[in-house]
Ligand binder design. Structure first.
Ligand code: ADP
Length: 873
């Protein structure tokens, strides 16, 4: 806009007003209300024309410097807003705040709201089954802090967090927008920079001074009207308060409303939840699939048969944040068991839940003064349906269900108040009346009588004038330009009395007004306008009154969500015959006939169940071998998912199970998508492995799929061996290691706690049949060549591969005594062995291979190098 500033003098008053608001919101697209349109100007107009596919025109076309202009009709705002916000833009909405007819000079306008990805409340802009978080982070050396809010529901949390876990937590939280200090964001190595790409959030810089504890404390205490934050469990110097203050400030700046529903800040207790880092979250496909990032095909997708949006959102939370406290897990299990037993209570509850509105988000809209009449009616209807649920649950005795039932029984007065006030059919907007029932407000009734009687009066007036003038088909009509009129067809033109004043000629008729009709019109129309205005005021009052009850509505919404999730889990347990796992503190895992919760759904009866048994006393580290495609990855993921499900309180797909509580689940599986992100696959593999080795405890569960694959055979095997030793001997956690290095099965003889298992296959006439059964003991074959054949590689390649394999195996068995690997070895010796695997012929190729710096190679260059090496061979 800078180029235009010198022409500012020539701007109209409205454009000067625009400039002022734009200067106040430089990082937002400013939608400037002008009559029936929201207009954008200058760069904003160009951007909107592009993003929204709308026409770019200009204001003052004939001027030497026309101003680019693009606008959208006011009634279509929602759709356009959704597009802009989804594309990651911030949008400031500038409304006319006085009636243009009454304005003296330029209409007064104001920015009433700034819409950003993290601060949405509108139903149309939100995904109903996902939360929409706004987060803020405050980074310090060792310990950082994180706060987040969901504006649409008012939930607000803060926690301190080890700096190294910050990114993992952000990935798990999956906020839409993250506030960070300007100073940090502008640093070249700011660790948050990859987040927009990995989770699709927006990073919004805030001035660095805001990240100050006194400043935050002041913001928080003012909002909550408290003297300190100890009432919420935060000491005055708690670092978590810093980002919490930043979040609150941003909400106030963008929403410009009271935010009554953000009425507490809760401490997020990391220790009471299982830690799941971003690698495990992704590898285990907990929330979305690896392949296309969709919810269908993930654990959450397989377990979500909730009946309400509130339940769907809470289920995500339960699954992404499993519990670590025994009592809390057992309490959920007890509730599920009881619902299973009381199956008619379960059925009735699920039936009743199915029709309920998302009152958690309606509450959010009430408190940000954006709820519509239909929102309030939906709230009333939902609250009115709760006694039925409460009654159905009367038979239940477990503490959770009793508590829920009680919460649901307190809302009858509120439901009645709403249903007695509101009509059954409601308009979308709040300005055109038609909201309240007769009898709700005496003055409203009176005004309505005037308009209604007005209709009666018109009918009588028409009959009387018709009689008086002798014009039989004299008609009274109404249009916006002339108001009420009398219409006389040309046939009767002679009969028109002199007091009729002609106003309009239409085809075959003339339209007239009279003094009496005009007087009536003023009376009726003002009564109607006054009635509409009164309804708006009454609606606003009702909405504010409800805002004072937001605490209650939130409690009820939370109770409904919990009930929905418990019913969902009970329903799955019943439908899929899940079992209740025994939860223990002992780090063990014993599952009989376990199934993969997702794959079982698509394969049905064809899915082959399997056992697992890991314990401190016997095997805690399982080396799993078997051919590709046999089911190794499926099995190890299945074990991790079953442990995770058990800690959400859910029953699990197995015949019987004992699950010892796990503090963290680590999962590393093939990183197929890393190449696309421009990272070396092997580097990623090693970083992820390092993370496991540095952070796993003896209470963790580790599943590893193919460590060491991204480097040469000997490097890879050596690494896999050393990593296994470390996990089995030092960390001593429950581990499942699926590997194609069948040499690792020898660890079984060398280390205490290490066992072998393999996925059974049957060889038949040179074919292999996958049985998908896990059997004890190792395998000494990897069947890679069989799989290559199955995949359709040319027979010549397959035959040649067999020859080479045979040769390599002979050489290998001559040269290497693996059991000696557990003892420390001289590096030069193993180098020698590696070389003996190759003929002199290959020396040159090997030397060239060694020179390649994999970390600095584009995929294209890698292909070219590969081709060259092949040619050399
Ligand atoms: P691997 O890791 O050994 O290469 P996967 O775990 O990827 O093998 O499994 C390959 C395919 O085998 C899976 O896509 C699945 O369709 C099938 N499979 C795996 N486990 C089972 C099972 N227990 N029962 C039936 N089919 C299975």
């Amino acid at each position: 806009m800078s180029g235009n500033t010198k022409k500012q003098k020539n701007l109209t008053p409205a454009m000067r007003q625009y400039q002022r608001f734009k200067a106040e919101h430089p990082d937002a697209i400013l939608l400037f209300r002008m009559g029936d349109f929201y207009e954008t100007f200058y760069e904003d107009a160009q951007l909107c024309a592009r993003e929204l596919s709308i026409t770019l025109t200009s204001r003052n076309k004939n001027d030497r410097h026309p101003i680019p202009l693009a606008g959208v009709p006011y009634h279509a705002l929602e759709g356009y807003l959704a597009k802009l916000v989804r594309a990651g833009h911030k949008v400031a909405i500038c409304e006319q705040v006085e009636d243009p007819k009454q304005a003296v000079g330029v209409v007064r306008r104001d920015v009433v709201r700034v819409v950003t990805p993290g601060t949405l409340t509108d139903e149309a802009l939100l995904e109903e089954s996902s939360e929409n978080f706004l987060a803020a982070v405050h980074r310090q050396e060792e310990t950082s802090a994180l706060a987040w809010v969901e504006l649409s529901t008012g939930r607000f949390y803060a926690q301190q967090i080890p700096t190294e876990e910050l990114i993992d937590e952000l990935v798990r939280l999956h906020p839409s927008e993250v506030l960070i200090s300007e100073g940090w964001l502008t640093q070249k190595d700011c660790a948050l920079k990859p987040l927009p790409q990995s989770i699709g959030c927006v990073l919004t810089a805030q001035e660095s001074w805001q990240f100050d504890s006194a400043n935050s404390m002041e913001k928080l205490t003012r909002h909550f009207s408290t003297t300190g934050m100890d009432g919420f469990g935060f000491e005055a110097d708690d670092l978590a308060l810093v980002p919490a203050g930043v979040v609150l400030h941003y909400l106030q700046e963008t929403q410009k409303t009271a935010l009554d529903h953000v009425h507490r800040l809760q401490q997020w207790n990391t220790d009471s939840h299982m830690r799941i880092d971003q690698t495990a979250l992704r590898s285990l496909e907990i929330e979305r699939t690896l392949r296309d990032g969709s919810r269908a095909g993930s654990l959450l997708g397989a377990l979500d048969q909730t009946c309400t949006a509130m339940g769907a959102r809470l289920l995500r939370q339960w699954i992404c944040y499993p519990l670590t406290e025994l009592d809390a897990i057992v309490a959920r299990q007890d509730a599920i068991a009881e619902l299973l037993q009381e199956s008619s209570a379960l059925n009735q509850s699920r039936d009743a839940l199915s029709g309920l509105a998302d009152i958690e988000r309606i509450n959010g809209r009430i408190c940000t003064a954006r709820a519509t009449p239909r929102d309030l009616l939906a709230l009333g209807e939902t609250l009115a349906a709760l006694p039925e649920i409460s009654q159905a649950m009367n038979v239940c005795e477990t503490p959770i269900l009793r508590g829920l039932s009680q919460s649901l029984s307190q809302v009858q007065p509120l439901a009645e108040r709403l249903l007695e006030a509101l009509l059954e059919e409601l308009p979308l907007t709040v300005r055109e009346g038609g909201i309240f029932r007769n009898g709700y407000h005496a003055q409203l009734d009176r005004l309505r009588d005037i308009s209604r009687d007005g209709q009666q009066w018109l009918a009588e007036f028409q009959a009387q004038e018709s009689r008086r003038s002798g014009i039989q088909n004299l008609k009274v009509g109404f249009n916006k330009v002339f108001g009420y009129y009398l219409e006389v067809s040309n046939r009767d033109r002679e009969k028109v009395p002199p007091e009729f004043v002609r106003k309009q000629t239409i085809k075959g008729a003339e339209r007239y007004i009279t003094d009496v009709l005009k007087k009536h019109e003023v009376e009726v129309l003002t009564a109607e306008t006054r009635a509409n205005e009164l309804e708006y005021d009454l609606f606003d009052k009702l909405r504010s009154e409800l805002a004072t009850q937001s605490d209650l509505i939130q409690t009820v919404a939370a109770a409904l969500a919990t009930l929905d999730v418990l019913c969902n889990l009970a329903h799955l347990a019943r439908q899929r015959r899940y079992c209740r796992p025994k939860i223990t503190l002992e780090p063990e895992l014993d599952v009989v006939d376990g199934k993969h919760p997702v794959l079982e759904q698509s394969l049905g009866q064809q899915f082959v169940p399997n056992d697992v048994k890991l314990s401190k006393a016997a095997t805690r580290f399982l080396v799993l071998t078997g051919p590709n495609m046999a089911g190794k990855s499926t099995y190890i993921r299945q074990v991790a998912l079953l442990a995770l499900m058990a800690q959400t309180g859910s029953f699990i797909p197995a015949k019987a199970a004992t699950v010892g509580i796990t503090d963290r689940i680590f999962a590393r599986v093939g990183a197929s998508d890393e190449l696309a992100r421009g990272q070396s696959t092997f580097m990623v593999e090693m970083v992820e492995t390092a993370n496991i080795l540095n952070n796993a405890t003896d209470r963790s569960l580790v599943v590893l799929d193919e460590i060491g694959r991204g480097t040469s055979t000997f490097d890879g095997l050596a690494l896999a061996w050393a990593i296994s030793e470390h996990l089995a001997q030092h960390i001593r956690c429950r581990t499942m290691f699926a590997t194609h290095y069948h040499e690792l099965t020898e660890l079984n003889d060398l280390l205490e706690g290490v066992g072998n298992a393999n996925v059974a296959v049957r060889e038949w006439k040179d074919q292999i049949v996958f049985l998908h059964t896990i059997a004890p003991g190792g395998t000494d074959k990897s069947y890679g060549i069989h799989v290559a054949r199955l995949a359709g590689n040319p027979t010549t390649v397959i035959t040649r591969a067999r020859e080479v394999l045979e040769r390599l195996q002979q050489d290998f068995s001559k040269e290497v005594n693996l059991s000696e690997l557990s003892a420390k070895r001289d590096r030069s010796t193993s180098d020698d062995k590696q070389r003996t695997l190759f003929d002199q012929h290959y020396e040159r190729v090997v030397a060239n291979l060694r020179e390649i710096d994999v970390n600095n190679l584009t995929p294209m260059e890698a292909l070219q190098k590969l081709q060259k090496l092949q040619e050399q061979l």
